[in-house]
Design a protein around this ligand. Structure first.
Ligand code: CA
Length: 231
């Protein structure tokens, strides 16, 4: 998953980014003012935007209104000062998805981020299942047939992304855009490495294969072979 943080206070932005990278394995970009945030949100396919309200150059509320008027549907979590309750109601009405009031607890922030990303992908619970594969997105634990599978952080990121949309063929460039920050182009040949790691760890000992490759199109996670699949 890839998150944009639009926050002008550098230490807060860095703390939030670090906790998302370390505890959730998300890729994170930071914008330090409203204009930069709007531009980045228009250009990149984020899974969530964390948006401060009081920002230099362009206020958070204006960033939100502009994105929603351009039909950018990415979930938005507002960061606000505690005394700003009235404007929060207006923002929720104009397309924000949730908010946290400063100062907030990092654990609460992370829980809200994960819930919004989940709901943005149409998942109601933190437990993702595909056939006999179970992914606990809160604990980042993976089991197949009840047996724990140990993945590297990047293998996990790829698997979780695929598992949010089972059976859908996800292109390599979509994976790269959602799993890395703005430097993603230089990682373009490593996705195959993670896919083969996943295949070895998840599929090798099982007759039903879950990881599928459609050459030139992408990858999918499903108990059914994909149409046109190369084996
Ligand atoms: Ca601010």
């Amino acid at each position: 998953m890839r998150v944009l943080i639009v926050e002008d206070e550098p230490r807060l932005a860095e703390n939030l980014a670090r906790s998302l990278r370390e505890t959730a394995s998300y890729a994170v970009d930071i914008a330090n003012d409203g204009e930069a945030g709007l531009e980045m949100a228009q250009q990149n396919p984020y899974d969530l935007i964390v948006l401060d309200l009081m920002l230099p150059k362009l206020e958070g509320g204006e960033v939100l209104r502009q994105l929603r008027s351009e039909k950018v549907a990415t979930p938005v979590l507002i960061l606000t000062a505690r005394e700003d309750k009235a404007s929060v109601v207006a923002l929720l009405n104009s397309g924000a998805d949730d908010y946290v009031a400063k100062p907030f607890d990092l654990g609460e922030f992370l829980a809200r981020v994960k819930a919004l990303i989940r709901r943005g992908k149409g998942q109601a619970t933190p437990l993702l299942t595909v056939a006999d594969l179970e992914i606990n997105t809160l604990e980042r634990r993976v089991q197949r047939r009840g047996v724990e599978v140990v993945l590297t952080p990047m293998e996990y990121r790829v698997l979780e992304y695929l598992a949010h949309r089972p059976r859908v063929v996800v292109s390599k460039s979509e994976l790269l855009e959602h799993l890395y920050d703005y430097n993603w182009e230089k990682f373009s040949n490593v996705i195959e490495v993670y896919i083969s790691g996943l295949r070895r760890k998840l599929d090798n000992d099982h007759p039903v294969k879950l990881i599928h490759t459609l050459r030139g199109h992408g990858y999918s996670l499903s108990a059914e072979p994909a149409a046109g699949e190369q084996v």
